[in-house]
Write a protein that binds this ligand. Structure first.
Ligand code: GUN
Length: 281
C-alpha cells in the first residue's frame, strides 16, 4: 500500500504558518507586499497569477497586479521593474513567465533586485543556492523538499534521481537534494538507459514535461515518487495528468504525489514564504 502525499494539506499548513508570521510583522507596522506582473494573455499564466494573488489574500500579504498588454516593450517592462525595485513598500517582484517572444527574459530577470527576487530566478540568488547559502529558495524544488520532510521521508544518504534539468525545477531540485545530503543523479533527454537509472532511485523526482513519461517498469519497488509535471489529458475537458503514469506506478511506490494536488499547491505556498522573507530582508 502506497501513501498518497497530500500537497494541498501540506501547502495549507505552510500558508497558515506564513499568515501567523505576517500578523506579527503587521504588529511592527510592516506590511509584506508582492508585485505581480503579467504580460499578454497566456491562459495558463493567467490562472497561475490568479492563484498566486489568492494565496496572498489568504496569508495577509498585499498583492499589487500589473496586467500589461502583449505588445509591451522590453524597455517599458524594465522601467516598471526599476520603479518597483525602488519602491520601499514593495518587498517581492514576480514577473510571470513565459514572456512574449520579443522580450528577453534574461534581461528582465537580471533587472529584478535580488532582495526582491521571490522566484529565486536571479543568477545572484541561483549562485547563492549553489554555494549552499541561499537567501531565497526556488518555489517548486523547495516545495518538493517540504513534501518529503513533512511526510517523514528522510533524504540524507538516499539515492535521489531527478529527471529534468530546467533552470526552474531540475537544476535547483538537484542542488536542494544535495544540500540535504542526498546522493543525487540528474537525468535528461540524453541520458542513456534512463529507465535503469530511475529504477535505482529511492527518491525519484520527475520534471520532464512529458505526460505519463515514467511508467511502472522505470520505478523500483518501494520508491518515493514526486511528480512535478502537469498536463491536460488530450481529448478530455479538464482532466489532468503528470509526468508519471500514476495508475501504473502507484502499486510499486511507498509514497507518491498525485496530479493535481501534489507539488502544484506547494509552489505557491513556498512563494508566500519567500514574500515573508523578502519583507524581513
Ligand atoms: N511560470 C511557470 N512557473 C513559474 C514560476 O514559478 N514563476 C514565474 N514567475 N513564472 C512561472
Amino acid at each position: 500500500m502506497s501513501t498518497i502525499i497530500d500537497g494541498k494539506k501540506i501547502a495549507q499548513e505552510i500558508k497558515d504558518e506564513v499568515k501567523t508570521e505576517v500578523l506579527k510583522l503587521n504588529d511592527q507596522n510592516l506590511f509584506p507586499a508582492l508585485a505581480v506582473i503579467i504580460v499578454g494573455d497566456d491562459a495558463a499564466s493567467k490562472i497561475y497569477v490568479r492563484d498566486k494573488k489568492r494565496a496572498c489574500e489568504n496569508t495577509g500579504i498585499k498583492s499589487v497586479s500589473y496586467e500589461l498588454p502583449a505588445d509591451t516593450t522590453e524597455n517599458e517592462l524594465l522601467h516598471l521593474v526599476s520603479r518597483l525595485n525602488a519602491d520601499y513598500k514593495i518587498h517581492g517582484i514576480l514577473v510571470q513567465l513565459p514572456l512574449p517572444q520579443h522580450i528577453n527574459e534574461d534581461n528582465i530577470l537580471l533587472a529584478i533586485d535580488p532582495k526582491k527576487d521571490v522566484d529565486c530566478f536571479h543568477p545572484y540568488n541561483v549562485g547563492l543556492l549553489s554555494v549552499g547559502k541561499p537567501q531565497f529558495l526556488p518555489g517548486t524544488p523547495a516545495g518538493v523538499i517540504q513534501l518529503l520532510k513533512r511526510s517523514g521521508i528522510s533524504i540524507a544518504g538516499k539515492n535521489c534521481v531527478v529527471v529534468g534539468r530546467s533552470n526552474i525545477v531540475g537544476k535547483p531540485m538537484s542542488a536542494l537534494l544535495l544540500a540535504e545530503n542526498g546522493t543525487v543523479t540528474t537525468c535528461h533527454s540524453k541520458t542513456r538507459n534512463l529507465g535503469e537509472v530511475t529504477k535505482k532511485a529511492e527518491i525519484l523526482v520527475v520534471a520532464i514535461r512529458m505526460p505519463k513519461f515514467i511508467t511502472a517498469d522505470m520505478v523500483g519497488e518501494g520508491a518515493v515518487v514526486i511528480d512535478v509535471g502537469i498536463h491536460k489529458i488530450a481529448g478530455t475537458k479538464n482532466k489532468l495528468c503528470g509526468d508519471v503514469d500514476f495508475d501504473g506506478v502507484y502499486e510499486k511506490t511507498s509514497y507518491i504525489t498525485p496530479v493535481p494536488g501534489g507539488v502544484g499547491p506547494m509552489t505557491i505556498a513556498m512563494l508566500m514564504q519567500n514574500c515573508l522573507k523578502a519583507a524581513k530582508l
